[in-house]
Design a protein around this ligand. Sequence first.
Ligand SMILES: Cc1cc2nc3c(=O)[nH]c(=O)nc-3n(C[C@H](O)[C@H](O)[C@H](O)COP(=O)(O)OP(=O)(O)OC[C@H]3O[C@@H](n4cnc5c(N)ncnc54)[C@H](O)[C@@H]3O)c2cc1C
Length: 477
Amino acid sequence: MTQMPDANLLESLRQRLGPKGFSGAPEDLSPWLTDWRGRITGKAAALLSPSSVEEVQAIVALASQAGVALVPQGGNSSMVAGATPPVDGSALLLSLRRMRAIRSLSGDDNVAVAEAGVILSDLHVAAEKIGRRFPLSLAAKGTATIGGLVSTNAGGTQVLRFGTMRSLVLGIEAVLPSGERFDGLSALRKDNRGYDLRQLLVGAEGTLGVVTAASLRLFPSAGSRAVAWVGLADPQDALTLLRRLEAATGESIESFEIVSQDALDLVLRHISGTRAPLGDRHRWHLLIEATAPEGAADPAETLTIALHEAVEAGLIEDATIAANETQAQSFWKLREDISEAERLDGGSAKHDVSVAVSAMPRFLDEGAQAVEQRFPGARVLAFGHLGDGNIHFNVRPPVGLDDKAWLASEGTGVSSFVHDLVGEAGGSLSAEHGIGQLKLADFARTIDPVRLAALRAIKQAIDPKGIMNPGKLIPPA
Ligand SMILES: Cc1cc2nc3c(=O)[nH]c(=O)nc-3n(C[C@H](O)[C@H](O)[C@H](O)COP(=O)(O)OP(=O)(O)OC[C@H]3O[C@@H](n4cnc5c(N)ncnc54)[C@H](O)[C@@H]3O)c2cc1C
């Protein structure tokens, strides 16, 4: 049980951090108290914005002494309200946004050391300047920070080839709930000294400590890329196509995204300047990206031949390859703006689920049928990372009903139903976004007791006072 922050603690923090690092002003706090989806608004007596690891240590030590909770926050782009403080005002908001130095970039080691507040797109630009790339990318790249990406084990659109954040993190520096600094930044490629605290911190959603910096893997810049848009009838055929393309192009396929016709229609309706890449309508669409390093053969040619053969074989209905970078970006915009188009259309019950890659085509069909049978009129909107077995399986209200009212009355039931379907298919109710607050109830309802006991034991061992981001991720006793 944590304590409410009192005037003594706030004054100590104010003195230690100064005016740039401490604010209790409502106008400074209010932009950061509501989650990105606008579902939950919390309360906090202060926004703490340290500019160094030493300041983070001082904050955590003072909070620990007082038994007061801290909510770490980066860009606040969490889809599960993971960085939103509790509504009772019992926690202080700890923003890492001022810690935005890229401490080093090495082409020899292929490693970048970036502080927690570095914005993902800034890291992309910095890496490109030395002929390297940091391959993780997602639609929130202009907002999401390295600390948030590490703490949610973010995925994105390049997981197929490069894995999630977990496989891109070589080292982590963090402040543990005691206020001590854990220096695990060393970017050793091999290090078998037992339990890996760095990997425990990846995906911990701020419940085990504050990530202050990470050593991250870099790769050679892409010399060329080919982006294709495909129309087809059946997701099973999409998987057959994926395996064929992998065989034809070696390792170069890095994105394989599926978009339903309904999702494409929403973008075309709500996002200005967008147009459909293909002339006809298709039940499903694919966005495929292949890249090759400098000096290697342009993947466009192999992709064109492979897609042509797939049309001839009746596997897909139509396909086009972006003629230039502008067109490639316009294809990606259609994919990346689906969430925004959905929001503009009135919202949906959102689910970010995974099943085995081979089980996804069946899940897409049977899951949608089951939802639409159980909630008559509800409309499933599916899109996402088919190549990773990870789909955004969202459910929109029936046409003609008040969206907000329907989501308020049916949303929780819809989500429990979808999560149970995913469980029955052997999948996960959180493929990418984490548990945060919004998935905690279903996670608690469905978690395997052995896993729960281990989760709680780890939390208790590292954060015995429970001051790090309480109410997120760990189901309450
Ligand atoms: C339009 C859009 C598209 C998205 N697409 C994807 C996607 O494709 N794949 C994907 O995985 N996610 C996606 N997300 C979700 C989101 O961008 C990621 O979860 C991202 O990692 C959050 O980064 P952030 O800096 O905004 O973290 P925040 O939202 O601020 O925090 C996220 C969590 O991390 C914790 N945290 C933040 N910083 C630290 C730190 N320094 N130390 C310890 N804990 C910390 C917070 O307490 C919270 O639990 C998307 C979000 C949006 C809005």
